[in-house]
Design a protein around this ligand. Sequence first.
Ligand code: ATP
Ligand code: MG
Length: 440
Amino acid sequence: MVTLEELQVRTLGECRYDSPLADYVASRTTNAYYVAETDRVLIDDTISLLAARGETPLTEVPSFEPGGPRRKIFFDPKKTKVGIVTCGGLCPGLNDVIRAIVLELFEHYGVTDITGFKNGYAGLVPGKSPDPITLTPAFVETITDRGGTVLGSSRGSQNVPQIVDNLVHREIDILFVIGGDGSMRGAHAIAEEALSRELDIAVVGVPKTIDNDIPLIGTSFGFQTAYAKAAESIKGARVEVEAAIGGVGVVKVMGRAAGFIACYAALANHDADFVLIPEVPFNLQGENGLLATLRKRVKERGSAVIVLAEGAGQDLIPASRRKDASGNTVLGDFAGFLRAQIARDFKDHDEPLTLRYFDPGYMIRSVPADAADSVYCTRLAQAAVHAAMAGRTDMVIGRPRHRFAHVPISVVVKNTQQVNPDGDLWLSVLESTAQPFDMS
Ligand code: ATP
Ligand code: MG
């Protein structure tokens, strides 16, 4: 449970400048575009949740600072210099976020000095990457046609004081970090270092997680595009196994700690017989185990498709000791183990088997965002720019409860968002696949 205190967003100081949009808004009879600084977005969105808080006044229950444009802003748009960096793995929509930040800065605020740092945090350390580039509306005009990130990315730790030295040297006022949990930890470290030196540098994150596993930000950008792409592979697997004798398809999708892609992709067209996710333990052996249940399903229906989140079943194989450049554990090959177990089990029971394996992993990450995600990226980016121009720092932009909100980085990196095995999403999956409630 997160507290109201933990959700307080840090600000650089008093907002003394009029928003450049003021004249436009003033020409209307309403000021509704501007966020009321006293308003809050509630975490609880049902009567029962609120009732469980007892007599606590609404002003004291956990709530977020709302996102959106402010009447008064902290930075003088005429003098503001901005940097943008993308870090970690690829995800659909990175270029949409970059483009929308640039356009919002230029068109809404008249901020025109925007630097794109290359290759993640390495690009913020002088001499470690190609020189930064200048971002303009012309430069970003067509970047959303392709997936990936026009700025490049990287992993591996960098020296935070050196990064801040470089920001000071380049007179950067605002740094936008688009990246995953590690990137947000980095952004937090940069913001802390800047605050400890009493520098007026805002660090604002647009959190990226293809697995949708960052808490308190609602759905992450690119997630919808990702699961739609994964659903295509599941559909392909269904066609393949239906045409084969004893057809079994295993489709591995992204999802290290959270099985959201597996669940949504499986639900997209009801083509999956089993969904295996890290949150719900299962056994392979035994009467209720996956292998016996799979054999039964193939006997009854002629074929079966298993959708496997990459982090599922890790407890059934030896723990991996490998780490990537950023120190994240590299998962063990459960998909390979599972295929071998299925092959052996069908052989032992003298059942015919045609086993097909599908791994759409990198395809899912590298495609451009679909229209809905492009819209989402644009709006997240606009809200991130509003937050930064209003002097917010050490925060990310999110959309919990379908409202744009400012969330301190420290609370989004504290936990992982996961599929609730007792929640309605997992129930939908069980209903759609008709897999046993318990295979443990
Ligand atoms: P993904 O989830 O796609 O892997 P990520 O942002 O989590 O994205 P990482 O490689 O873990 O990817 O981290 C991105 C960058 O953030 C790396 O350069 C890493 O060194 C840096 N980073 C991670 N944690 C910290 C930290 N605590 N302080 C400073 N930098 C950090
Ligand atoms: Mg990560």
